[in-house]
Design a protein around this ligand. Structure first.
Ligand SMILES: NC(=O)C1=CN([C@@H]2O[C@H](COP(=O)(O)OP(=O)(O)OC[C@H]3O[C@@H](n4cnc5c(N)ncnc54)[C@H](OP(=O)(O)O)[C@@H]3O)[C@@H](O)[C@H]2O)[C@@H](O)CC1
Ligand SMILES: Nc1ncnc2c1ncn2[C@@H]1O[C@H](COP(=O)(O)OP(=O)(O)O)[C@@H](O)[C@H]1O
Ligand SMILES: [K+]
Length: 498
């Protein structure tokens, strides 16, 4: 899949895409007929001839799609009941035209409890949702959900914001969502994603160029395949990239080793653990033999190591420790010219720095990736009203990336990767099996391993998040973080030109 097909459009951008297509000579009612036909096709696939289908229409064009679907379903032998929220005379434009083509009865929404039928089509609200559902609409949605019958949502489940995936109050819990042209962020961000059921995308004739300027993407291989590191026959270990993983003391030997192992498994040529002197023996006693260890007592030692131009990326955070040494080393990384990944303790130390992360990273000369989970994100940006008050995880990540001049990998079940230039991607690979100690350390190591091989930081972060998630899916429940790096080589061979 190409990057333009992975584009996600906001509801505003989708409206512009519609308007652009209509202005180019394709009438809105034609688009609506195609949208309604796609919804009808989904309902036909889920119902037998004669089945009773209830179509719940709202006051806008989402309702218009519902009227079209209702007409087609009746023509195809289904028993269709149409309910409308609001007055028929209040419908305008394409929705009014679509309702005029439906010559069956139209019942008020309040009658939804009578004979609900086998399947619902939710055409209440789509891209035009402006506020929380209330009154009759909220009651109808509660009823549909309670019946446990299948619900096909038109465009988005009513009550879910297409932009943020957030729900104020109540929303439809759909079995399936039929949407048009391109997905919206709300289909992928939680809780929206969990309310959509299976999402199918229908081409209704909107001009593909309408997505050309998109800066938000679903994270998939097509987004970064072209910049995936390739190594020629004449490569050697330093050309493949050397990673430095900055570690802490004896109590935290495991976490940085998970990161370093991940960096090696994703293709870095060399990985060295730089630990407190007292931890050197503990590291030396552990596998794999391919990993190297050195002591780095302070910032001077770390800087001297990073000054070697062959060291191509550095990672700090997992079990680094929150003491003076840690703070000093994070300061040294902020000031160095080596591409860096800052995770875990390094993020807490960044948040504690005078002026916060943005101040410490202001002068950075090389790419920097921050990998906060929710708690770390709050620590870093919770005090910045412009970021913390933003309702969309996508926009919070984007603003944080701009603020720090760094790539932000805002982790969770709907990880968002955002770049300071405004690009962002939402990751959907992975699952609950990844919620296990050390899983984040592996992700940080994967990113660092790709940075070390010269992959641009945004794409490296996206690729690492995608592979990390796929590895989690493949290993499934019961995985421990140690398993994740080992699953990476096979995944790479299957999905990438290595
Ligand atoms: N444009 C096109 O060509 C195509 C568009 N398509 C379809 O159009 C859909 C977008 O249509 P849309 O823009 O008319 O918005 P829609 O989601 O129907 O809702 C707007 C209405 O709901 C109302 N309303 C909002 N929130 C509410 C609430 N909480 N509680 C109560 N009322 C609320 C709002 O009222 P207002 O906020 O103005 O008071 C307004 O009356 C899109 O999702 C896709 O399905 C396809 O056919 C392809 C071609
Ligand atoms: N339910 C989930 N679905 C998908 N990915 C998840 C889920 N839970 C956790 N993850 C992923 O697992 C990793 C956990 O990282 P983190 O919270 O830093 O854990 P740790 O500090 O134990 O290493 C992140 O990459 C996160 O996106
Ligand atoms: K809907």
């Amino acid at each position: 899949m190409q990057a333009t097909e992975l584009a996600l459009l906001s509801t505003g951008q989708m409206q512009q895409a519609d308007a652009m297509t209509i202005a180019a000579g394709r009438p809105g009612i034609v688009l609506m007929e195609r949208a309604g036909a796609a919804v009808a096709a989904a309902a036909l696939a889920r119902s037998a001839e004669g089945a009773a289908i209830t179509v719940v229409c709202g006051p806008g064009n989402n309702g218009g799609d519902g009227f079209v679907a209702a007409r087609i379903l009746r023509e195809r032998g289904r028993q269709v009941r149409v309910l409308l929220h609001g007055r028929l005379e209040a419908l305008t434009g394409d929705a009014a035209a679509a309702s005029a083509r439906w010559d069956g009865p139209i019942l008020p929404l309040a009658r939804i409890r009578e004979a609900p039928g086998y399947l619902f089509i939710d055409a209440l609200f789509g891209a035009g949702l402006t506020r929380a559902l209330a009154g009759e609409a909220a009651a109808a949605v509660a009823f549909m959900n309670e019946t446990g019958r299948p619900i096909i949502a038109v465009d988005v489940p009513s009550g879910v914001s297409g932009d943020t995936g957030q729900v104020d109050g109540i929303a439809v819990k759909a079995s399936e969502t039929v949407t048009f042209f391109r997905l919206k962020p709300g289909h992928l961000l939680l809780p929206g994603r969990s309310l959509c059921g299976h999402v199918s995308l229908s081409d209704i004739g909107i001009l593909p160029e309408a997505a050309a300027g998109a800066a938000t993407f679903r994270n998939d291989v097509g987004l970064w395949r072209d910049v995936w590191p390739r190594h020629g026959l004449d490569t050697h270990k330093f050309r493949r990239g050397a990673v430095a993983v900055v570690a802490g003391g004896v109590a935290g030997v495991g976490a940085p080793r998970l990161s370093a192992r991940a960096a090696l498994r994703i293709g870095a040529g060399l990985a060295t653990i730089l630990c407190e002197p007292a931890a050197l023996m503990a590291h030396a006693a552990r596998g794999p033999d391919a990993l190297m260890q050195r002591s780095a007592a302070d910032a001077a030692a770390l800087t001297a190591f990073l000054d070697d131009p062959r060291v191509s990326a550095v990672l700090a955070g997992p079990a680094l420790g929150l003491g003076e040494r840690g703070a000093e080393l994070v300061g040294a990384i902020a000031g160095c010219a080596t591409p860096a990944v800052l995770d875990a303790d390094a993020l807490t130390l960044l948040a504690r720095a005078p002026g916060g992360a943005a101040a410490l990273l202001a002068g950075r000369r090389a790419a920097c990736v921050l990998t906060p989970h929710e708690g770390e994100f709050q620590r870093l940006f919770g005090g910045e009203a412009g970021i913390a008050k933003e309702r969309s995880k996508l926009e919070r990540a984007r603003k944080a990336a701009r603020r720090c001049g760094a790539i932000v990998v805002y982790k969770g079940a709907d990880t968002v990767v955002a770049a300071p230039d405004g690009r962002a991607a939402i990751n959907t690979t992975g699952g609950p099996a990844l919620a296990t100690a050390g899983s984040g350390d592996v992700l940080a190591g994967l990113i660092c391993g790709l940075l070390a091989q010269g992959m641009p930081a945004f794409e490296a972060s996206c690729a690492a998040a995608w592979l990390h998630g796929r590895a989690g899916e493949r290993l499934g429940i019961g995985l421990i973080a140690d398993d994740l790096p080992e699953a990476i080589p096979a995944l790479m061979r299957e999905t990438l030109p290595v």
